[in-house]
Design a protein around this ligand. Structure first.
Ligand code: SF4
Length: 592
């Protein structure tokens, strides 16, 4: 089928063997690639109730039919598995350049199961898989690991042009439940602990190289579409905003809205926001816009600290979510120090959102005398030490490494811990943006902001953030469109430019499938039903779609806002109906 290789690679780490398995057109046509394909594979191959850190858990790297084409925003790959952080469905996406190498090996998905007896790095090419010992890489940070693997390939595989390398840091090796898989130094499959799953299989890194190209149904259409889009984007204010300010522009936007989570979710405004916003970043650091391959938006900030104790330190970042997690929740009032913590998380290989949330919870535990530890708000060195202890499972880090639910149980803070299904939310307070409450409650991977990115229509006043009745229909439509993004694997920041009409062109040009918005929504529905079935099989129920109690009971001091439990009940009721699920949040047994 055009747009696909109709082939997956299944790697058995225990046996150190692999097989290539054909994928039928009927499957790809009904689920597309990326998330649609990977979720189908997880449902088929993963035993229900499998321990996420056992050899029986499968982890899937997937690309989509747009990968390594001229389509803008297409250089992304997805990682799918059962999460050790939440115990439910796990998906995580990353940009950079690795997706194009992943596509060039000629598989729509690379699925890994089993576990090696000792550290290994994998070399995946068109015809074979090499299992290399990785004892000399074990213990290294992510940057050094990537450098070493690329250097080895340069010396030993001169034919490997532009290999892509994904890897884990010490946190992944130690199976910290929120460890990431990193690529291109600073790009991460960052949420739900996919790095811990790789670590449990003793895989330090995976390199991809090859020269396969997917056939396209209408390459002329794809190229003309891409050219036209780039031309039209020159005057697009959204593109300009991302290019000039990056995601840190959201600090001011969320602070003004009163939904910038501060002091471990006690407040919605930070008095020190001017010290950690996009302006501060651009004034206090040398900043260059930085882009993934196939992107004219360049939302990334390649930032180098100009002065102080971190002078010369460069990261691609910090993203808004990292600023909110450390700058808001932990009240770090220096953009340079946030860059420092960002760099530590990237090197150690941990998710910055979860790390910031757990650091702030630890600060609260210390303040309330639940633990004996010298750590406070804005105490950057104590937070840095905590991050290292988490990655190495040392001292109190051994508790935090098991995630927020375990930590809250240990410290008697169940009522204070902010998470849904074990995943901490991003930087949009649902007491202000009510649709984000629905997003956090119902996202398949826990309190995720990305499945519908509903902060966008609420902040842009496309819908009143306070509206409850009738919101779920619009939410489901956004979620469906972005589910198609995840099946093709497209960057979310192209969401304004890729409406249904543009998606129709992209799918037609790459796969040849003639899909209107109705048929695309039918595919998105099948994918959402599959992820829900996965979670129900793991024992989740509608009760797991509830928000943490503080969002219902504790008003934000600046606005006195909460999201009432009755409001959430209404949102959920309408959402289940919009999804075609019953009142228990269960999809039908069979899809049409
Ligand atoms: S908008 Fe940002 S995340 Fe998306 S492809 Fe471009 S640089 Fe990467």
């Amino acid at each position: 089928m055009d747009g696909f290789f109709n082939l997956m690679l299944r790697i058995d780490m225990t046996q150190q063997s692999f097989e290539m398995i054909k994928l039928p057109d009927s499957l790809l046509g009904s689920k597309l690639g990326g998330k649609g394909l990977a979720t189908h594979l997880l449902l088929e191959y993963n035993p229900g109730g499998v321990d996420p850190l056992s050899s029986g858990n499968h982890l899937v790297f997937a690309v989509g039919p747009v990968s390594k084409t001229a389509i803008w925003g297409s250089c992304r790959h997805g990682v799918f598995t059962k999460s050790p952080q939440t115990g439910c469905y796990s998906e995580s996406y990353s940009g950079g350049a690795a997706a194009e190498s992943m596509s060039a090996v000629g598989f729509d998905a690379v699925m890994i199961h089993g576990a090696a007896a000792g550290p290994v790095w994998l070399e995946v090419c068109e015809e074979t898989v090499y299992f290399h010992p990785a004892d000399d890489l074990w213990g290294l940070d992510t940057y050094t690991t990537e450098d070493r693997v690329k250097a080895w390939l340069k010396d030993n595989r001169p034919q490997a042009k532009k290999p892509g390398v994904v890897c884990i840091g010490p946190a992944g090796e130690n199976q910290v439940t929120f460890a990431v898989i990193e690529n291109d130094y600073w790009r991460s499959a960052g949420r739900t602990g996919v790095g811990a799953v790789l670590g449990s299989k003793q895989i330090k890194a995976v390199a991809f190289w090859g020269s396969r190209r997917r056939t396209m149904a209408d390459e002329g259409l794809v190229k003309a579409f891409a050219k036209e889009l780039a031309k039209g984007a020159k005057d697009n204010p959204g593109v300009t905003a991302y290019k000039t300010m990056g995601t840190p522009m959201l600090v001011d936007i969320m602070n003004t809205a009163g939904g910038f989570p501060t002091e471990y979710w006690r407040k919605g405004k930070a008095e020190h926001a001017h010290k950690i916003n996009a302006k501060a970043l651009h004034e206090r650091c040398d900043v260059k816009p930085h882009a993934c391959l196939k992107c004219f938006m360049a939302c990334g900030r390649l930032a180098t600290v100009k002065q102080g104790r971190h002078k010369g330190l460069t990261v691609e970042g910090p993203e808004y979510e990292t600023i909110y997690a450390f700058g808001g929740l932990c009240k770090i009032d220096s953009i340079e120090e946030i860059i420092h913590l960002n760099d530590m998380c990237d090197r150690l290989g941990i998710d910055t959102i979860t790390a910031g949330n757990l650091a702030a919870l630890t600060i609260e535990a210390a303040r309330q005398g639940k633990i004996d530890m010298a750590i406070g708000y804005n105490d950057v060195d104590a937070i840095a030490a905590l991050l290292e202890n988490i990655a190495l499972r040392r001292d109190i880090g051994a508790v935090l490494a098991r995630g927020i639910r375990f930590t809250a149980d240990q410290w008697g803070m169940q009522d204070q811990a902010i998470h849904v299904k074990g995943l901490e939310p991003a930087g949009y307070d649902p007491r202000v943006l009510k649709g984000m409450g629905l997003a956090y409650g119902t996202s398949d991977r826990g309190a995720c902001h990305l499945r519908a990115t509903f902060y966008k229509p609420e902040l842009a006043k496309m819908i009143d953030p306070e509206q409850i009745q009738g919101k779920a229909d619009m939410f489901a439509e956004w979620e469906d469109r972005l589910t198609i993004f995840d099946a093709l694997i497209l960057c979310r920041f192209y969401r304004d430019m890729y409406q249904w009409e543009q998606l129709e062109t992209i799918i037609k040009g790459t796969t040849g499938l003639a899909l209107d918005s109705r048929s695309m929504r039918a595919i998105a529905t099948r994918i959402s039903n599959d992820t829900r079935r996965f979670n129900l099989r793991e024992g989740l129920s509608a009760a797991d779609d509830q928000l943490p109690p503080r969002f219902y009971k504790e008003p934000l001091p600046e606005s006195n806002k909460v999201i009432h439990k009755s409001q959430m009940a209404q949102l959920l009721k309408e959402y289940y109906a919009a999804r075609g699920w019953n009142e228990k949040g269960e999809p039908p047994d069979q899809d049409l």
